[in-house]
Design a protein around this ligand. Structure first.
Ligand SMILES: [Zn+2]
Length: 61
């Protein structure tokens, strides 16, 4: 899908001038950094969750 909106604040961006990061457009460098930070936090949280509650692989026994 082709997003033309800033992934942080949702404002419409001009794809000719908007900074593109990670295949997404942002209204400013600042918001691309914010998005990256949020993404990293989310991934860290998911990792922690998995450590706390390890998914069982391959069923029982
Ligand atoms: Zn923005």
């Amino acid at each position: 899908m082709f997003e033309k909106h800033c992934q942080t604040c949702g404002i419409e961006v001009d794809k000719k001038t908007a900074p593109k990061r990670f295949g997404r457009y942002f209204c400013s460098e600042d918001h691309s950094q914010q998005y990256l930070k949020k993404k990293e936090e989310y991934e860290k949280r998911m990792e922690e969750e998995e450590r706390k509650h390890p998914r069982r692989r391959g069923g029982c026994c």
